[in-house]
Design a protein around this ligand. Structure first.
Ligand code: HPA
Length: 239
C-alpha cells in the first residue's frame, strides 16, 4: 500500500488537483471547497477531500521536483483509484510572449533527466499531457473567459534563477519542442499517468521570466493563482 499517504481507501476523489505547496492545498480547501476534510498529513504533504459545486474533489500537495511528485502521483493512481490529476503550479518563462502572471496550459513536457529510464527502463525525454483532460480544460477556459497560452514546457531539476548559465540550458533544449518556460514536475506526472493508463494535465502561472526583470507582489501572485485554481476546479467538475 501507499507508503507516503495515510488516507483510507475511499477518502480520495477520482480527480485530484495538485499544487506543489501544502499551504496552497490548505488555502484551496479553505477558500473553494465545502465540507472538506484533511485526509493526509504524512510528511506534511497535506491532502483535503471536499466538494466543489457538489462534486467530490481532492486537493493534495506534490512537493517540489520530479522525484517528489513521482511518488505522490504514483500512489494516488495505483493505490487510491485516482483517474485524473491536474497539477496547478508556477513556472519561469523563456519567451517574451509569455508575460508574468499569464496562465499556461502544458501540451507536452521535455526533460533532460532520466525519470523515464529509471522507472521503466525506457528512454523517453518528451511526453504529452492527456488530450482528454486538455480538451476539457480548453473548453472550460472558453466558457469562463479565462485566457491561457498552450504550449510545451521544459521540466528541469534545478530552478532557472539558480543555474550558472540559464541561456546555455535554454539553447540546449531541442528547438522542435519550442519550450516556453521551465517548471519541475510535469514530466514525472505525465509519464507516470501514461505508464499507469491514467490522465494528467498541468496548469501553470508564470511567476518569473528569463526575459523580464520585474518582481511580483504577493497580492498579484495570489490573484493570478486564483484564476488558475478556478479554471482547474471548473474543469474538474466537467470531467
Ligand atoms: N524554473 C523552474 N521551475 C520554476 C521556475 C523556474 O524558473 N519558476 C517557477 N517554477
Amino acid at each position: 500500500m501507499a507508503v507516503h499517504n495515510e488516507a483510507k481507501l475511499g477518502e480520495i476523489a477520482k480527480t485530484v488537483l495538485m499544487p506543489g505547496d501544502p499551504m496552497r492545498a490548505k488555502y484551496i480547501a479553505e477558500t473553494f471547497l465545502e465540507d472538506y476534510k484533511l485526509v493526509n498529513n504524512v510528511r506534511g504533504m497535506l491532502a483535503f477531500t471536499g466538494k466543489y459545486k457538489g462534486k467530490e474533489i481532492t486537493v493534495m500537495a506534490s512537493g517540489m521536483g520530479m522525484p517528489s511528485i513521482g511518488i505522490y502521483c504514483y500512489e494516488l493512481y495505483k493505490f487510491y483509484g485516482v483517474e485524473n490529476i491536474i497539477r496547478i503550479g508556477s513556472c519561469g518563462g523563456h519567451v517574451d510572449y509569455l508575460k508574468l502572471l499569464d496562465v499556461v496550459l502544458v501540451s507536452g513536457s521535455y526533460t533532460e533527466g532520466n525519470f523515464a529510464r529509471n522507472m521503466t527502463e525506457k528512454e523517453c525525454h518528451f511526453i504529452e499531457a492527456s488530450e482528454y483532460l486538455n480538451e476539457i480544460i480548453e473548453n472550460t477556459a472558453k466558457e469562463i473567459n479565462q485566457d491561457y497560452t498552450k504550449g510545451n514546457m521544459a521540466c528541469t531539476e534545478c530552478f532557472d534563477p539558480y543555474l550558472d548559465d540559464p541561456m546555455s540550458f535554454t539553447n540546449r533544449i531541442p528547438k522542435e519542442y519550442n519550450a516556453m518556460g521551465s517548471e519541475m514536475e510535469s514530466f514525472a506526472l505525465f509519464y507516470t499517468a501514461k505508464h499507469l493508463g491514467k490522465n494528467a494535465a498541468c496548469l501553470l502561472t508564470v511567476s518569473d521570466s528569463l526575459c523580464f526583470k520585474e518582481e511580483l507582489t504577493s497580492e498579484q501572485r495570489q490573484l493570478s493563482m486564483n484564476n488558475m485554481i478556478k479554471l482547474a476546479l471548473e474543469s474538474a467538475i466537467r470531467i
